[in-house]
Design a protein around this ligand. Structure first.
Ligand code: PEP
Ligand code: MG
Length: 908
């Protein structure tokens, strides 16, 4: 009897549910084999084997290769060919395949099994010597690069040189003699760099290839990709070994990639590209620009028809849009791979909604599948339609959204400039996986070569970055740092813009406009609203943002930072006069000027949010933030001194100097350093009561005006940075007194609330007491994180936090993703104690975390009533809140099922 394999499974032995073990590609090959699709036979080395490889300090697991060769023997009899033996040699591909798709990040070797003898047999068998030697040189090239780590460029250079010598442009024009000559040069290259020969022993080839694919799991680009996509390093990759089929045997052969729907728009059309007489990675690599799939219908109608039918079958089988790799060998179609296709945000929404319409998905599933990050992308800016554009060229619209920035021509520069706060567009002839950090840092990507499925296009779409690719009109000179087209030259640092929706490449920077919501997104949001229980509010402090937020479905304003209202050029001098006033009278005078302005601000907000709650937070930052910065003042002082102001007392310059010195003294006395835990928030309101009184008065005056006009006002006054109940008690009294004073007999008609931010750990710990004076709690998780961790936010993010995240000391930046373990404890405790004092106390989050999907799920789980985030994140938060609810309701059901099945097992 045959021994059970530990590390290896034939395609027909696996199934789609074994993704963790077989990797996405392996599981799909197994599933397709089961479904009777034309998949070249093969087997998969499991991710267990890869994990074992890393566990044992990079040693192939015991018995692995014995199992591989046993499976290879089975493959030989299935195919009627023999590995490494003439006259019918079996050739295999060795491909990585991780659990989550990581396109192009790891390595692949094709044509393993060719050597000086079998290449002759292949030539004989196919009656095509050129083809056989082309396959062989490809193997040696890939092997040299992947197994021996020799730079791919060195091989490319040799190929280039050969074509030049022979006076041909295309690879396909090289004949057998040419390939033989190239093989000699490749062999010399390998000898020189690897200090050994290319292995003629095909079993050694296979062993080294497997090991190299394992190794490629740990290459730098794969590591970066995993980090960006939150894929654990410990997962490991599977390796698929599959009989080769050849798309490069002649003009009735080819290879291609198709999507079952358009990955940019979601439209239901077969979308993709193919190349005749080409092999493997030619389409994805972007070295030859492929032809649209529609042209296959004319060229190979039967194959095209079969491809359409297979695409439909695969989409229904996997219940999602598929990205399919196929090869045609002498007129026969083979499917090499299928996976859920990467898609743009817009396409993702449309596909979800369309699949519901045809009964493939339920609305719940469509909402669960929506990627919150995609929504972020959907609401990315586009180019304003009336903007004057200097269009340089038009390429392929590979990933929607518009971007504007300085042109850079390599990934390292892109990363460096972006880190210094610049917006850049990465311009390359084509991108390779090595450029991933540049793509990540750039606003968008522009390439002159490659199709819609090229590396640049796939990666940019996945990251939600705008991308224009295959713009062949552009001549890109990386060394010189220039892009030229039609006599115009764009140099490194010049501004360019791209429109990923139309493919336009534009000179200069352009004005971007916020995106509109599509009908599909609206539909998903309507479903999401049906499913979610947590409310979504917006952080907004002007009527325009409030209207935008409302348009995006915000159910109120959860945080209006009133300090933003003080920063406009016409108000700042009044605010400064208020701060610099030496007496209460002086301060009152400035505040008197601010009152009507604040009143108008609140009036605008209440009207925009008619019928919905508006939480107005009284002034929070330390006063020095409104004053000029000390360095500027010092420079001015130096200038005045140099102008002789000191020697000429009584001169205008001298009185200016005196004023300046007074200002400098004040700035110095008010100056606070990070983490800004001094005189701010309610502390300010207590020491300078007239500031908060003015704000409260403006709030109630605006309420009175709005009510008179029939506007339904639901006001909430929010006190920041409370740490002790006495602070809140004092300020609550002030707010109530002001309400009484302004509203008089109308008071009973206004159901206003007074609540507090919970931002100080002490406030969370004493929430039971604080709730005595608070109608609601709004967790200011920015400050709460800062104070719980003892991290000064501004200093931490710029200095050590990214290193902490890189070194996995922290799972994520706690200012982006809520630290549920620490800060979360304080929130849960505060909610519990607060609600014990005041049952049903309304509680929500208004820090940055209110717009982060993972944090939103947590907020839902602990029973918060709402999250509040910036207007553009509101749709995302609505979806995330619905997903949290759906996942929560799925979880108990699953465990009930599990319990029921356990009970059944016990009963048997
Ligand atoms: C917070 O601290 O979370 C908050 C919302 O307030 P701010 O960011 O204005 O300090
Ligand atoms: Mg705060």
């Amino acid at each position: 009897m045959q021994r059970q394999s530990q590390w290896v499974k034939a395609f027909e032995e696996g199934h789609a549910g074994e993704r963790e073990l077989l990797g996405g590609k392996g599981a799909n090959l197994a599933e397709m084999t089961r479904a009777g699709l034309p998949v070249p036979p093969g087997f998969t080395i499991t991710t267990d084997a890869c994990r074992d490889y890393y566990r044992t300090d990079r040693k192939l697991p015991d018995g692995l290769m014995e199992e591989v060769f046993a499976k290879l023997t089975e493959l030989e009899s299935k195919q009627g060919k023999q590995f490494g033996v003439a006259p019918t040699p079996l050739l295999v591909s060795v491909r990585s395949g991780s659990v989550h798709s990581m396109p192009g990040m790891m390595d692949t070797i094709l044509n393993v099994g060719l050597n000086d003898r079998t290449v002759e047999a292949l030539a004989e068998l196919t009656q095509n010597e050129t083809f056989a030697y082309d396959c062989y040189r490809r193997l040696v090239q890939m092997f040299g690069n992947v197994v021996f780590g020799i730079e791919g460029m060195l091989f490319e250079r040799q190929l280039h040189e050969l074509k030049r010598e022979r006076g041909v442009e295309q690879d396909r024009d090289v004949d057998a003699a040419g390939w033989k000559q190239l093989l000699e040069r490749y062999s010399a290259l390998i000898r020189r760099h690897a200090r050994r020969e290319f292995p003629q022993d095909v079993r050694e080839q296979l062993t080294l290839a497997v090991e190299a694919v394992f190794r490629s799991w740990d290459n730098p680009r794969a590591r970066v990709y995993r980090k960006v996509h939150h894929i654990p390093d410990s997962q490991g990759t599977a390796v698929n070994i599959q009989s080769m089929v050849f798309g490069n045997r002649g003009e009735d052969c080819g290879t291609g990639v198709v999507f079952t729907r358009d990955p940019s728009t979601g439209e239901k059309v077969l979308f993709g590209e193919f190349l005749t007489n080409a092999q493997g990675e030619d389409v994805v690599a972007g070295s030859r620009t492929p032809r649209p799939i529609a042209e296959l219908a004319a060229e190979m109608p039967a194959v095209h028809g079969q491809l359409l039918a297979t695409a439909e079958k695969l989409e229904r089988h996997y219940r999602d849009m598929q990205d399919i790799e196929f090869t045609v060998e002498t007129g026969t179609l083979y499917i090499l791979q299928t996976r859920n296709g990467k898609r743009s945000a817009q396409a993702s929404m449309k596909i979800g909604v369309d699949l519901v319409a045809v009964g493939v998905l339920t609305p719940e599933e469509a909402v669960l599948r929506a990627e919150p990050g995609h929504l972020d992308q959907l609401l990315h800016p586009t180019i304003a339609s009336d903007a004057e554009l200097d269009v340089l060229a038009v390429g392929l619209p590979a990933s929607p959204g518009a971007a504007t920035g300085q042109a850079v021509f390599d990934a390292d520069t892109a990363e460096r400039l972006a880190a210094s706060g610049k917006r850049v567009i990465l311009v390359r002839a084509e991108t390779t996986p090595e450029d991933i950090h540049g793509v990540l840092a750039a606003q968008g990507v522009l390439t002159s070569r490659g199709g819609m499925t090229s590396h640049a296009a796939v990666v940019a779409r996945g990251m939600g970055k705008p991308c224009v690719c295959g713009c062949e009109a552009l001549a890109i000179d990386v060394e010189a740092g220039t892009l030229s087209v039609g006599g115009q030259v764009v140099r490194e640092g010049d501004f360019v813009s791209i429109d990923g929706a139309t493919g336009r490449v534009i000179r200069g920077s352009v004005q971007l406009k916020a995106a509109e919501m599509t009908a599909e997104l609206q539909q998903l949001l309507v479903w999401a609203d049906e499913f979610r229980t947590m409310k979504v509010m917006a952080n907004a402090d002007n009527p325009e943002d409030a209207r935008k937020a409302r348009e995006f479905g915000a159910q109120g304003i959860g945080l209006c930072r009133t300090e933003h209202m003080f920063l406009s050029p016409e108000r700042l001098p009044i605010v400064q006069a208020m701060i610099l006033a030496e007496s209460k009278e002086g301060r009152m005078e400035a505040l008197g000027q601010l009152l009507p302005m604040q009143r108008a601000d609140f009036d605008g907000l209440f009207r925009a949010m008619d019928g919905l709650p508006v939480a107005i937070r009284l002034l929070d930052p330390p006063l020095h933030e409104f004053l000029p910065n000390m360095e500027e003042l010092r420079a001015k002082w130096d200038d005045l001194q140099a102008a002789g102001a000191i020697d000429t007392a009584g001169s205008p310059a001298s009185s200016e100097l005196q004023q300046l010195e007074r200002l400098m003294r004040k700035v110095k006395s008010l100056h606070e350093v990070n983490p800004m835990l001094g005189q701010r928030g309610c502390r300010l309101g207590i020491l300078y009561p007239e500031i908060y009184e003015m704000q409260a008065e403006a709030v109630f005056l605006a309420i009175r005006d709005c009510m008179r006009d029939g506007v339904q006002v639901v006001p909430e006054v929010m006190i920041p940075l409370v740490g002790h109940v006495n602070e809140l008690s004092l300020l609550r009294d002030m707010v109530e007194r002001t309400a009484h004073h302004v509203l008089q007999e109308d008071l009973h008609r206004v159901a206003y609330k007074v609540g507090t931010m919970i931002e100080v750990p002490r406030a969370a710990l004493t929430a039971g007491r604080i709730a005595e004076c608070a109608d609601f709690f709004s967790f200011g998780t920015n400050d709460l994180t800062q104070m719980t961790y003892g991290y000064s936010r501004d200093d931490a993010e710029g200095k050590f936090l990214s290193a902490y995240v890189d070194r996995e000391l922290l799972p994520a930046n706690p200012f982006q993703v809520l630290d549920t373990e620490g800060v979360g404890q304080l929130i849960e405790l505060a909610v519990e104690r607060g609600r014990r004092t005041r049952p049903g106390l309304k509680a929500g989050v208004c820090g940055e975390h209110g717009g982060d999907p993972q944090s939103i799920a947590y907020c839902h789980g602990i029973g918060l009533d709402y999250v509040s985030c910036s207007p553009f994140r509101v749709p995302l938060a609505r979806i995330a809140a619905a997903q949290a609810r759906l996942q929560q309701s799925a979880a108990p059901k699953a465990s009930t099922e599990a319990a029921a099945s356990l009970q059944m097992q016990a009963a048997q």
